[in-house]
Design a protein around this ligand. Structure first.
Ligand SMILES: NC(=O)NCCC[C@H](N)C(=O)O
Length: 435
């Protein structure tokens, strides 16, 4: 660890709450949710409806999550690097009655079958704390209860930031619908985000989109998984908005098998640095798995042209101004690729170029990272090494292993558990890690 070099000070001035010019740049601020009482409500009877394959030991899951947050704080090195969504929600509800009413109204309208409209007036009279608790757990003193939102820990899926805009999710499942409402009211009413509500992109009714499907490959190109969770209609609506409002010129819709194991694009493809992708190999190798539909803006009238591409690797080669190195999740054998993809080996989170976190259990993926020049270190030893000093993300690549034995049972990895709202672009002239 003694050869880690200092990185230059970020050069990008921020005028908005949001700023993601591309994946894997230096993290500045991230929204997370450390699992709490809502997770205690997952039971053998409701777990499938709640999209859980198992029941988590919540105390351990919390410790694992808090350890992950400490690593982010160390890497970013500023006190407000990690924002807990639970706190943002309470502050939103405290800020104005209007925010509480907006939340309750959206809730009653979006899930009419749950009959919450019957207690709408009572919900509107809840204190900020009571409403926050109800939002997370579905519990209160009222006669009607709702389901908890244990998937809130996968904050990635709630929205996606592209440059200075943020696209709100439209959850594909009832289990996650309330999460979309939670992020919606935070972005429109929290004092930190409300001044930037003109940067919020809301999708038309009827389409579905979850943030884990969107990756910003470069300042002019985004990839969006056409997955179990994100519809083609949503991708077209996003392309339309991004072409109109940002410098994005290319949207690649990546076709994924519509099944749980590949529920979002980031379950099979994540950037470890701007030049390195951890990939589940069938996405690149298997005909019919991972073809891409390329959308480009055609004219001022909001139309675009589409081009069907059979091979994702080729189209990325054409569109990106850099060569990508693909690091196989699980190594070379298909059996281990599948085992480690199942436990989110391809779902790493890059807190800085070449400073990544993944679950320790995906040992063959880490072995590959070591071969690509990464120093492998546990989260605990990373923190103890830098206990009294600053970590300077720089030219040395580090892959941090998070125990994650409980967290991984929720079927999401470190990228799924993070919603970065701001990153710094690497200053020009400075070669990013990985070169
Ligand atoms: N981006 C992601 O892949 N998120 C993981 C979400 C896991 C959650 N249990 C779900 O099924 O939605």
């Amino acid at each position: 660890m003694d050869t880690v070099q200092a990185s230059p000070t970020p050069s990008v001035e921020q005028s908005s709450a949001y700023s993601i010019p591309a994946e894997a740049h230096l993290l500045e601020q991230v929204i997370v949710h450390t699992p709490g009482s809502e997770m205690e409500l997952v039971s053998p009877a409701n777990r499938e409806d709640l999209l859980f394959d198992d029941i988590l030991f919540v105390g351990h899951a919390r410790q694992e999550h808090l350890l992950m947050c400490s690593v982010f704080e160390k890497i970013v090195g500023r006190p407000d690097a990690v924002l807990q969504i639970k706190d943002l929600l309470r502050e939103t509800f405290e800020a104005a009655e209007e925010a509480r009413h907006a939340f309750v109204e959206k809730l009653c309208r979006s899930l009419p079958e749950q009959n919450l409209g019957a207690v709408e007036d009572e919900l509107k009279r809840f204190s900020p704390e009571e409403l926050q608790q109800f939002a997370l757990t579905g519990q209160s003193d009222l006669a009607i209860q709702a389901q908890p939102v244990p998937n809130l820990m996968f904050t990635r899926d709630l929205a996606a930031v592209v440059h200075d805009h943020i696209i709100l999710s439209h959850a594909a499942t009832v289990a996650r619908t309330r999460e979309s409402i939670i992020i919606n009211v935070i972005l429109h009413h929290h004092p930190r985000f409300a001044p930037h509500s003109d940067k919020v992109i809301e999708l038309p009714p009827g389409v579905t989109f979850e943030g884990g499907d969107l990756l910003v490959a470069s300042p002019d190109t985004v990839l969006i998984g056409h997955s179990e969770r994100t519809s083609l209609g949503a991708i077209m609506a996003i392309a339309h908005e991004l072409f109109e409002r940002t410098s994005i010129e290319h949207v690649l819709a990546v076709d994924l098998p519509k099944r749980r194991a590949t529920m979002h694009l980031d379950t099979v493809f994540t950037f470890a640095s701007p030049e390195e992708v951890i990939v589940f190999p069938p996405l690149l190798e298997t005909h019919g798995f991972g073809y891409a539909m390329h959308f480009t803006a055609a004219d001022e009238t909001g139309r675009f042209v589409t081009d069907m591409r059979r091979n994702l690797r080729d189209v990325l080669d054409e569109l990106l101004d850099r060569d990508l190195t693909f690091i196989p999740c699980g190594g070379t054998e298909r059996l281990h690729q599948e085992r480690e993809q199942w436990t989110d080996g391809a779902n790493v989170f890059a807190a800085a170029p070449g400073a990544i976190l993944g679950y320790e259990r995906n040992s063959r993926t880490f072995e590959r990272l070591r071969e690509h020049g990464y120093r492998i270190v546990s989260a605990e030893s990373f923190l103890s090494y830098f206990e009294s000093g600053e970590f300077h993300p720089g030219r040395e690549k580090v892959a941090i292993q998070l125990g994650g034995t409980e967290l991984s049972r929720g079927r999401g990895g470190p990228r799924c558990m993070t919603l970065p709202v701001a990153r710094h672009a690497t200053p020009s002239g400075d070669a990013p890690a990985g070169e």
